[in-house]
Design a protein around this ligand. Sequence first.
Ligand SMILES: Cc1ncc(COP(=O)(O)O)c(C=O)c1O
Length: 389
Amino acid sequence: MDFATLSVHAGRRVDSTTGSILPPIHQTATYVLEAVGTTRGYDYSRSSNPTRAALEENLAALEGGNHAICFSSGMAAVDAITRLLRHGEHIVSVDDVYGGVSRLFNRVLSRSGITVRYVDGTSASAVSAAITAQTRLIWIETPTNPLLQLVDIAEVARLARNRGILVAVDSTFATPYLLRPLELGADIVVHSTTKYLSGHNQVIGGACITNGQAVCDELRFIQKSVGAVPGPFDCWLTLLGIKTLPLRMEQHQRNARLVAEYLEEHPKVARVLYPGLPSHPQHALARLQQRGFGGMISFELAGGYDAAVELMNSVRLCSLAESLGAVETMITHPASMTHADVPRHERELRGVTNGLVRLSVGIEAATDILADLEQALARVSASPEERRA
Ligand SMILES: Cc1ncc(COP(=O)(O)O)c(C=O)c1O
């Protein structure tokens, strides 16, 4: 079936008692057994729940995977994957990762004796050189947050093959509509379903999708044992959001292209990072690996930090908010918001400068988004000298 059809139908069963076209929200903690040892497939909602099962079935179908395991947040899904590792084992991670992921790696995982080496994910040879005998996981984010770098998944998966190393891909920015990491050789796909998948800023959630039975069994065991599970209503809201994912992604990327082209021509903008622009260093890989270029843009103002703050305080339609992937256009300052916990020298070394602004382009009319940016940029002083004058 086509992706658009799966988005609407995968995991859907018409309710047998009422005919309800949407799955019921099974808002229950527990289930009455018919007799000792006899269940109807469910006994306690931390272990499994029918509304969650419907979402898991839907997500597995969208990623072309056999199994999906849902969690209460994207970070809980990331955490579950790290629990596949033991003391003394090692992760090779791309260096431009979401700040919450590096915080988990640096300040929580380190307590368990698991080490992480960050490398430039755009270079397969850098990834290869960082692999040691203890490496058990390669952590990929593509496109990355916030620099929108791409990682060649097939090439990295080749490095890991037959070496007992799992490849996990955080595909939150791309969604399965644009990118299917399992088909490129990844072992696990992880999503913050908070973002494009649910799509309306209505829920916090996460998911891991895999083809491997052993990985699935371990992740299910972790899901049940740690208990970071999403509630049935959150699963239902996410399922509802996913039905329009293809439509939303098309509008997000149509708008994003227009905004990126506009910003690239603007005299107060020093650089624009958008995989759909021919100026993006990995535009060719984006064309090859993805079905489209997505709705995320990062850009740097020529006037640096002060100009970025002026811009973000001047927008009216765009929301100054710490999230992405929803219908509303959101503007974020990575250095002080999403990546505030990454030490400044490390951030700047990677290019996450204080003047960097991240835009999650929504599905409003492009003319209105452009008009808002136009009026906000008009208020931004072109240079520190102009600001002082
Ligand atoms: C790429 C990426 N991965 C993971 C997460 C964590 O997701 P959540 O906020 O749902 O825990 C985020 C959150 O912004 C993200 O941007």
